[in-house]
Design a protein around this ligand. Structure first.
Ligand SMILES: [Zn+2]
Ligand SMILES: [Zn+2]
Length: 368
């Protein structure tokens, strides 16, 4: 396996890329199989990577269920997967100009934005104004084929060097870790803040680490699932059991009646959005990353009179590189949220484990 040593540029033999590969192919909602398909060919400023690890995201489960018809994916058959790590095995024309070489270890993310629209120019490529326009914008594993396969083609804007100290499994969780850091950044957490987080899934738990990295004084996780509550407690966070009692009253009681300076809303359920706003301190800020599938009634009067702030958070915008040293130093504890591992052929088992609240699954790693 040609993995480049850090000190010397690789002069190893060019890896032999087969003509076909194994890929998870979703044929229609809830019907999928692992199939032999052609290995894709990298175009200009693209690379071909051997995928070593890919992690299951909540979006994958929604997409496979057909929850976003005609949008994610635009059509079936489709190969999902967008949180991955692997090594480069071929470069498309021009990719070498950006410093890439065969053998480089990388972590991937999903947004391959146009780079030209006003939002891209401002650095907010997650809000690309050419979203989904053919030839201008791609989101791997969402509107174009993803990484649930032994090989994947992605653009140079969407791959980041994986430090030697990090394994491929950890590399597959860099994308969600970068999203967690983005949410904490959008929350504007200041040193000493009390931060409450609704939902102790991967983003909630890694968001809790990100809150500490930004200097939070207290981090409180609100969650109904006992396994996730136990995980949050084991990681050293304060917890509130949302299955019993009123979490808003509990958080207020824990904060001398004032509420949390910042809430990171990581559950995406209407009631958790309402809790998030209700447990904010006056002048507090809620950063929401969970995406409710229905409308949510908001206590607008309180938002106005208490000068609450509510901001959305979409994916990541520049945090991929920044989160790597935090993961390397063990401050963003991706290993702690990895609960299961499966091969690509076991994807069905992996997905049922992911969807089973009793399984204790948080991040499931697939090794193609
Ligand atoms: Zn994801
Ligand atoms: Zn753009």
């Amino acid at each position: 396996m040609p993995v480049a040593e850090p000190a010397e540029p690789a002069v190893s033999a060019v890896p032999v890329v087969p003509e076909t590969m194994e890929a998870l192919v979703v044929l229609e909602p809830n019907r999928y199989e692992v199939r032999e398909v052609p290995v894709p060919v990298p175009g200009p400023n693209e690379v071909l990577a051997r995928v070593r690890a890919v992690s299951i995201c909540g979006t994958d489960a929604h997409l496979i269920r057909g929850d976003y018809p005609g949008f994610w994916p635009p059509a079936f058959p489709f190969t999902p997967g967008h949180e991955w790590a692997g090594e480069l095995v071929a470069l498309g024309p021009g990719a070498e100009r950006y410093g890439w070489a065969v053998g480089a270890r990388v972590a991937g993310t999903s947004h391959d934005a146009c780079g030209v629209c006003q939002k891209c120019v401002e650095g907010r490529y997650n809000l690309c104004e050419n979203y989904g326009k053919p030839g201008l914008h791609k989101q791997y594993g969402h509107n174009v084929q993803g990484a649930d396969a032994t090989y994947v083609v992605q653009g140079v804007k969407t791959i980041f060097p994986l430090p030697d100290g990090l394994g491929f499994d950890e590399g597959a969780v860099i994308d969600p870790a970068s999203i967690a850091l983005h949410v904490a950044n959008r929350g504007g957490i200041a040193p000493g803040d009390t931060v409450a987080i609704t939902g102790a899934g991967a983003i909630g738990l890694l968001g809790a680490d990100a809150a500490r990295i930004r200097g939070a004084g207290r981090v409180i996780l609100i969650e109904p699932n006992p396994a996730r509550l136990a995980k949050a407690a084991a990681m050293g966070f304060e917890t509130v059991d949302a299955a019993t009692g009123d979490p808003v009253a509990t958080v207020r009681a824990m904060t001398g009646g004032f509420g949390a300076d910042v809430v990171l809303e990581c559950a995406g359920v209407p009631v958790t959005v309402q809790w998030a706003l209700a447990m904010l301190r006056r002048g507090g800020r809620c950063a929401a990353v969970g995406i409710p599938t229905v409308g949510v009634e908001i206590a607008m009067q309180r938002l106005v009179l208490d000068e609450l702030e509510l901001v959305g958070c979409r994916a990541t915008a520049g945090e991929m590189r920044r989160v790597m040293p935090l993961v390397e130093q063990g401050r963003m504890r991706v290993r702690d949220v990895m609960t299961h591992q499966f091969s690509l052929r076991e994807y069905g088992q992996a997905m049922s484990t992911f969807n089973d609240p009793a399984s204790g699954a948080i991040k499931i790693i697939i090794q193609p």
